[in-house]
Design a protein around this ligand. Structure first.
Ligand SMILES: [Fe+2]
Length: 476
C-alpha cells in the first residue's frame, strides 16, 4: 500500500512525516484485513470464508465483471500538474495531495478528462509548467498510445486536469498487444515514445482474474521484435514519418534528451533483456543464501546508453551511411530504406560501472538542464535487487564518483541546486537510506553533488520501506 513520506528541512532541523494514502484500495484491504484489490503482480483471490460453491461461482464471473478494477494505490511517484502535487501509479487514478499534511484531497480519474486508460508516473515539464505524459486508449479499433498535454495553470482552485488534450494518437501495430512503457523522452521540440518489445496481451490481462492470475501474467518480452522510437512534434502534434528503430531493448527510465546540430540526442537506462519485471516477483524477494545469489546473478543489468537520431532525413539522405556527425560519439544512425533509420547506441559509461551492477533511477539537474546539453547524471548502482550505491557520472570523460557503505541501500538520488547556482553540479544530492541489518536506522543522506562527499545525515527512528521516486520542493 502506498505510504507517502516527507522530510522537511527548515531552520537547521529535519522533520519526518508519513501517512498511508487513503485510497479506496487501502480502505477495502483494511476493512477485510487482507488484499482484496488486484494489483500488478497480485490477484485478489476469493474470500477464504466463502463455501466451496460460492468460491466456484466467484471464479467464473462473466468477463466484463471479472475485468480487473484499476487500482488507485498510487505508490510510484509524486508528480505535479498545474503546480499541484499528485501521487501516481500507472492506472487512470491519481490522488491530489496536500503537501503539508500528506492527506489525499481528491481522487482524480484521467479517463474523465481525455480518452486514456491511465498515464505514466513520469510526466515531463516544460519551463512554463506545461506537462506532457502518455497513456493508452483501448477501443474496438484496437489500442492506441496517446500523447497528453496538460496546461500549466488552473482556472479555478478546484481545477485538476481540466484542459488536458491528446496531442497525438499512435496506433499500436499489434491491436490487442500494445507495448508496455514506463516513461518517455522529451526534448525541446519533441516527445519521443519508445515502443519496446515488452508486450501486454490485453486478452490475457482482462481474463486474468478468472484464471487466478495477476496483470503481470499478461506481460511478456519478445526479443525477436525491434524497438521503435516515435518522434512527435510538441507544437504541431505531428508524428514523424521517419521510423527510427534499434534492436530489442527494455527501458524504464530516461535520463535526458536534447537537440543539437540537427540531431536529437536521447539518453536512457536500458537493458538487452526485458525480464526485469520478473526479478521483483515476491518469490525472488523471499529468497536467501544461494538461491538469492542465483537471483542476483541472473538478473538483467541496466546501463546508461545514448542514441542519436538525425532529424533532417529526406529523399536526398544517403542510404547505408552513418548519419551521426557528432564528434566523439560512437552511436550510429543508418538510413536503411526510404523511411527507416536503424540506430545503435553509445555506452554512457566505461568498464568501471560493471563493478556496480549497472545504473538505474537516473536523475539530473532537471530544472536547468532537462532538454539541454548536460554533463552530469546521478543514479543508483544495482548489485542487488535494490540500489546499493549512489553514483555520479561525468559525461565528459565517463568518470564516476561513488558513495557506498556495506549493508546500506540508498534510494533514487534527488539533485537539489544551491540557491543562485551557476554550475550544473553545484548543489546537493538527497537520498533515503535503509538497512535490513538494524531496526529503525533509516536516514536521509545529504551529499555534496560536486565532490560526492557526505555532508550530513538525519536519522529517522522508524522503519521506512523501500520506495521508488521522490521530488524536492523549495517552499522557502
Ligand atoms: Fe519509475
Amino acid at each position: 500500500m502506498a505510504l507517502l513520506h516527507k522530510f522537511k528541512i527548515s531552520g537547521g532541523q529535519v522533520t519526518y512525516k508519513s501517512r498511508f494514502l487513503g485510497s479506496d484500495c487501502y480502505q477495502a484491504n483494511n476493512e477485510h484485513s487482507r488484499i482484496v484489490v488486484s494489483e500488478f503482480g497480485t490477484v485478489a483471490m476469493p474470500d477464504p470464508c466463502k463455501n466451496f460453491f460460492q468460491r466456484f461461482l466467484s471464479r467464473f464471473e462473466m468477463p466484463s465483471e471479472s475485468r480487473p478494477e484499476p487500482s488507485d494505490n498510487d505508490n510510484v511517484s509524486f508528480v505535479t500538474y498545474k503546480g499541484d502535487y499528485y501521487v501516481s501509479t500507472e492506472t487512470n487514478f491519481m490522488h491530489r495531495i496536500d503537501p503539508e499534511t500528506l492527506e489525499a484531497k481528491e481522487k482524480v480519474d484521467w479517463s474523465k478528462f481525455i480518452a486514456v486508460n491511465g498515464a505514466t508516473a513520469h510526466p515531463h515539464n516544460d519551463p512554463d509548467g506545461t506537462t506532457y505524459n502518455m497513456g493508452n486508449s483501448y477501443t474496438a479499433k484496437g489500442a492506441t498510445y496517446n500523447i497528453i498535454r496538460v496546461p500549466p495553470t488552473k482556472n479555478s482552485p478546484e481545477d485538476t486536469l481540466e484542459g488536458a488534450t491528446v496531442l497525438c494518437s499512435i496506433p499500436s501495430v499489434d491491436k490487442t498487444k500494445p507495448s508496455y512503457y514506463h516513461s518517455f523522452a522529451m526534448s525541446e521540440n519533441y516527445v519521443v515514445f519508445i515502443e519496446q518489445p515488452i508486450k501486454m496481451d490485453l486478452l490475457k490481462i482482462v481474463t486474468g482474474k478468472m484464471r487466478g492470475k495477476g496483470i503481470s501474467d499478461g506481460v511478456y518480452w519478445d526479443p525477436k521484435r525491434d524497438t521503435f522510437f516515435h518522434l512527435i512534434n510538441k507544437q504541431t502534434g505531428k508524428l514523424s514519418s521517419v521510423h527510427y528503430l534499434t534492436k530489442a531493448l527494455s527501458t524504464f527510465h530516461q535520463i535526458n534528451a536534447f537537440e543539437q546540430d540537427g540531431m536529437l540526442v536521447m539518453d536512457m537506462c536500458a537493458s538487452d533483456d526485458g525480464q526485469a519485471i520478473n526479478n521483483y516477483m515476491v518469490q525472488n524477494l523471499r529468497q536467501s543464501g544461494e538461491a538469492l545469489d542465483e537471483v542476483y546473478n541472473t538478473m538483467s543489468r541496466v546501463f546508461p546508453r545514448r542514441f542519436v537520431l538525425p532529424l533532417n532525413v529526406d529523399h536526398n539522405t544517403p542510404i547505408g551511411k552513418n548519419l551521426n556527425t557528432r564528434p566523439d560519439s560512437t552511436a550510429t544512425a543508418i538510413r536503411i530504406s526510404k523511411e527507416k533509420v536503424f540506430c545503435s547506441y553509445e555506452e554512457l559509461h566505461d568498464e568501471e560501472l560493471h563493478k556496480y551492477g549497472g545504473l538505474e533511477f537516473p536523475q539530473i539537474n532537471y530544472a536547468k538542464y532537462n532538454t539541454h546539453p548536460y554533463r552530469y547524471f546521478y543514479g543508483c548502482g544495482f548489485r542487488h535487487l535494490v540500489g546499493d550505491t549512489l553514483i555520479k557520472m561525468d559525461l565528459k570523460d565517463k568518470s564516476m564518483k561513488v558513495w557506498e557503505q556495506p549493508g546500506l541501500y540508498p534510494s533514487e538520488p534527488i539533485f537539489v541546486p544551491s540557491p543562485d547556482s551557476t554550475e550544473e553540479d553545484d548543489g546537493v544530492i538527497l537520498s533515503v537510506v535503509i538497512t535490513p541489518n538494524k531496526d529503525k536506522s533509516t536516514f536521509l543522506l545529504v551529499l555534496d553533488a560536486k565532490s560526492f562527499k557526505e555532508l550530513a545525515r538525519a536519522d529517522v527512528p522508524v522503519n521506512i520501506p523501500y520506495g521508488f521516486h521522490g521530488t524536492f520542493n523549495n517552499t522557502a
